[in-house]
Design a protein around this ligand. Structure first.
Ligand code: NDP
Length: 798
């Protein structure tokens, strides 16, 4: 071949990575992978193994132990036994272990890379230059967090035993994202890798063994979904960290409902890649290659929806098709290829079906050509880089995750339309924004509902910056300081009284509001800034402390909730108001409550039997709480992460959106105020169900809201049957977060029902908070639950 031909075809000679060392490693293990439990290699209790193959050539890699409930039980026992001591050895000692792991990973980086590629089918260039260096960086970074835990996280403690379940697309990297923070914070781990990709997890366990990690600190159980399920359902595990499909994430949310297990879910995505007309199109094309053809598109945050401004759509499509056709697909060990093998024949079938569906739905197909011999179906699982144009934003291929090298392209006209189309997804994991105009990019980024936004870049990750999604992409963050909160808890939370909270349901009165007797005035619902009668036309009685019937409160229902959510949606400008403005409004509420303090104190005495003095104290404390939230409104700020590239990452704290709050029954007015204020201070709109016994105080309170410049729809108050309202709120599609203080059964119900829409939930499992305690109420816990952290990556350099 002449040099000229080489330049035009871009054909190079073969440059295959030598896999002898990896093959020898497999031979030494007799091509058999066992569990690593309590510092020992253990055969599966059932003695069953399954095959794992190289998807690029279908060659057998290993027999993998098929983990069962019994294997998981052994691992959990070991982890539990080891946990106290692992925390007790202190941050410095844990830091040294994590540092040793990082060093070992670097020393064996080539073996890790080759094994990862053999097992997963990803190009060696990617495992060698991206996955493994990031793994090492993760352990170094978290060694640092272990070292400084006692000062940075004063008052916190580890959760205990953590169950971790990871997918096959970044096997070792996902292990690192989960294991490093968990161990750094003093937890012990039971981890299950995906059935397709166990190899690097086994090598990792070997390294843990070699560095003398105390037994039981890291336990590896191999197997398929059954082993994952056994971890999820084990009663002696304190937390589940999961990465995988939204479908399994939902099952995990349901299975853990009411158990008190903390969970973090990193699920699917359909991330938008938005190109404005002033973007540098050549950079954009390379960005798209990284966004959707990196790792064969099997990336949860892959930029799988291309949104092009109409004026440059044709030009960009032409450039992109030209570039796509030059991508080389083939043997994953070849250092020359761009796209490797799809993980498994079943995934390949799914991709083919989705593309056929796209074409049937009217999309135009553009594909690179596969080299016949290298990529023949009988050799391995290969699929060509694919672009679908003329895609309708509502079509299946624009809405569903394909998890393959398939890009769905559509157009938009204005920045606001771009935001609208980008947010037209049930997912919210990531997005890329391409524009040479920094004003446009920084205006659009906060408006996109996604946990990560890359500006003029894509698919960049770092241990120091949080990663995770909104909506059906899950909740919780991995990486950065924000990710560590997934593995620790405030010590006071572990000491809450377990005295059962019981609901005191008032009986329904079979008469209309207007016919009620002995009421001094008509209490109403408060929706969209207006006092409204309940749709049901029913009321519930309110008794004073002596049991006398003193008034009635509206019995709110499904329709009232629907109206309240609509009102909350219309109040979205509250979320974009400046923090200073929000603080001013909160201070004004406090000021107006102060003016009517005596009246509120009297009402507290009447409803609860507290002395006049205690009533006054409660109002004072409520005012204090409002001041605290106002104070935090403009101080609970984001952070700037500085990853090791020429990039700054703006970790911005954003409101969740609409938060449903079921206030604590036992904490009356103080509980009502203490829950709403931090939520609205952070820019959320709330739909709140107050305590039934003291609901009249909530309905008195809306008069204060009306005089305090609180925009209509920011606070919506629905009185009524707490259980029925809780059920409706948990099932509502347009609620982003749910805070619930009530019974253990109610907590379980909230968690279970919230799975359908993947709301972020915060429940008390029937435990009692101390609403008078400064330690509990002025902690950042409320604020943390009131925000999502979005990391916006901004590269710099002339
Ligand atoms: P899954 O969600 O099924 O698997 C992820 C992990 O969960 C694996 O370790 C899996 O085990 C385990 N698992 C499976 N079922 C259960 C269960 N009931 N309880 C607990 N753990 C369970 O993803 P798949 O690998 O099957 O891929 C399916 C689709 O999911 C892909 O096509 C893609 O769309 C999406 N996906 C998304 C990922 C992401 O990062 N967001 C990553 C991977 C997939 P095992 O695999 O061993 O059976």
């Amino acid at each position: 071949m002449s040099i000229k031909e080489i330049f035009t075809t871009m054909e190079y000679g073969s440059a295959s990575e030598n896999s002898d060392v990896a093959q020898q490693w497999l031979t030494n293990l007799n091509n058999t992978f066992n569990h690593y439990i309590n510092g020992q290699w253990q055969q599966p209790k059932t003695n069953q193994y399954f095959d794992s193959n190289n998807p690029a050539n279908k060659e057998h890699i290993a027999n993998v132990a098929d983990g069962s409930v019994d294997d998981v039980a052994l691992a959990v026992t070991a982890a539990r036994k080891a946990q106290k001591q692992w925390f007790a050895i202190g941050g410095h000692a844990r830091a040294k272990y994590l540092y040793a792991i990082a060093r070992q990973i670097q020393k064996h980086s080539r073996l890790f890379s080759v094994l990862e590629t053999l097992d997963n089918g990803k190009p060696i260039r990617e495992s060698r230059d991206i996955d493994i260096p990031l793994v090492a960086r993760h352990f170094y970074h978290h060694a640092g967090w272990a070292q400084i835990m006692s000062t940075e996280f004063k008052g916190f403690e580890p959760l205990g035993v953590v169950g971790q379940i990871i997918p096959w697309n970044f096997p070792l990297l996902m292990l690192a994202w989960k294991v490093a923070p968990a161990l750094a914070m003093g937890n012990t781990v039971v981890l299950k890798p995906a059935e397709f990709t166990s190899a690097t997890a086994v090598l990792f366990a070997q390294i843990c063994d070699e560095i003398g990690l105390p037994k039981g600190v890291f336990n590896l159980v191999l197997g398929n979904g059954k082993a994952g399920q056994a971890i999820v359902e084990h009663s002696n595990i304190d937390k589940i960290a999961f990465t995988g499909s939204t479908q399994v994430g939902r099952l995990i949310r349901q299975a853990t409902a009411g158990t008190g297990k903390k969970i973090s879910l990193e699920l699917g995505g359909k991330s938008a890649f938005i190109v404005f007309e002033d973007a540098d199109l050549d950079s954009v094309v390379e960005g798209i290659v990284d966004a959707i053809w990196f790792n064969q598109g099997q990336v949860c945050c892959a930029g799988s929806r291309l949104l092009m401004q109409e004026s440059i759509a044709d030009k960009l499509t032409t450039k992109l098709v030209e570039r796509m056709k030059k991508l080389k697909v083939g043997d994953s060990l070849s250092k020359n290829i761009d796209v490797g093998a799809i993980i498994d024949a079943r995934q390949l079938v799914k991709i083919k079906e989705m593309v056929a569906l796209g074409v049937a739905e009217g999309a135009t197909l553009h594909q690179a050509t596969l080299r016949e011999t290298e990529c023949a179906d009988e050799n391995g699982c290969f699929y060509p880089p694919t672009l679908l144009t003329d895609v309708e934003p509502a079509s299946t291929i624009a809405q569903q995750e394909i998890f393959g090298p398939v890009l769905a392209a559509m157009t938009f006209r204005s920045p606001s339309e771009a935001v609208q189309v980008a947010n037209n997804s049930r997912y919210g994991l990531a997005a890329s924004v391409w524009s040479e105009n920094i004003n446009v990019a920084l205006d659009v980024a906060p408006k996109i509902k996604a946990g990560v936004v890359w500006i003029n870049s894509t698919n960049i990750f770092d241990a120091g910056a949080g990663f995770g999604g909104y909506r059906e992409s899950g909740f919780g963050r991995e990486g950065g300081k924000e990710g560590l909160f997934e593995y620790i808890q405030e010590s006071w939370l572990t000491k809450l009284s377990t005295k059962t909270v019981t609901s005191k349901a008032n009986k329904k009165v079979a008469k209309s509001v207007s016919s009620a007797l002995s009421i001094d005035r008509t209490a109403k619902l408060f929706i969209g800034g207006k006092q409204v009668r309940p749709d049901s036309g029913y009321s519930l009685p309110v008794y004073d402390v002596s049991g006398a019937h003193i008034a009635e409160i509206p019995d709110g229902s499904r329709k009232d909730i629907r109206n309240a959510v609509e009102a909350a949606n219309k109040a979205s400008s509250w979320s974009s108001a400046t923090a200073h403005n929000r603080a001013q409004v909160l201070y004004f509420i406090a000021e107006n409550l102060q003016t009517r303090a005596a009246e509120f104190a009297q009402r507290i005495s009447q409803l609860t039997g507290k002395s006049a003095k205690d009533g006054e104290k409660e109002v004072d404390l409520a005012i204090n709480r409002i001041f605290s939230s106002a104070a935090w409104a403009d101080k609970y700020e984001g952070q700037i992460h500085v990853p090791p590239q020429r990039i700054v990452t703006l970790a911005m704290k954003e409101p969740l959106g609409n938060i449903a709050i079921v206030a604590p029954e036992e904490a009356g007015f103080l509980g009502f105020v203490s829950t709403i204020m931090p939520a609205i201070a952070m820019g959320n709109r709330v739909i709140v169900v107050p305590s039934q016994q003291t609901a009249l105080l909530a309905t008195d309170f809306y008069q204060i809201l009306n005089t305090s410049d609180v925009p209509a729809g920011v606070i919506n108050i629905i009185t009524g049957d707490r259980e029925a309202l809780t059920d409706t709120l948990a099932k509502h599609y347009d609620i982003d977060g749910f805070w619930y203080w009530g019974t253990a059964e109610g907590s379980k119900h909230v968690e279970f029902e919230s799975a359908a829409t993947m709301k972020r939930t915060w429940v008390n499992h029937g435990k009692l908070y101390d609403w008078t305690s400064d330690e509990q109420m002025n902690s950042e816990l409320f604020l943390r639950h009131a925000v999502e952290i979005k990391n916006v990556w901004v590269p710099y350099g002339a």
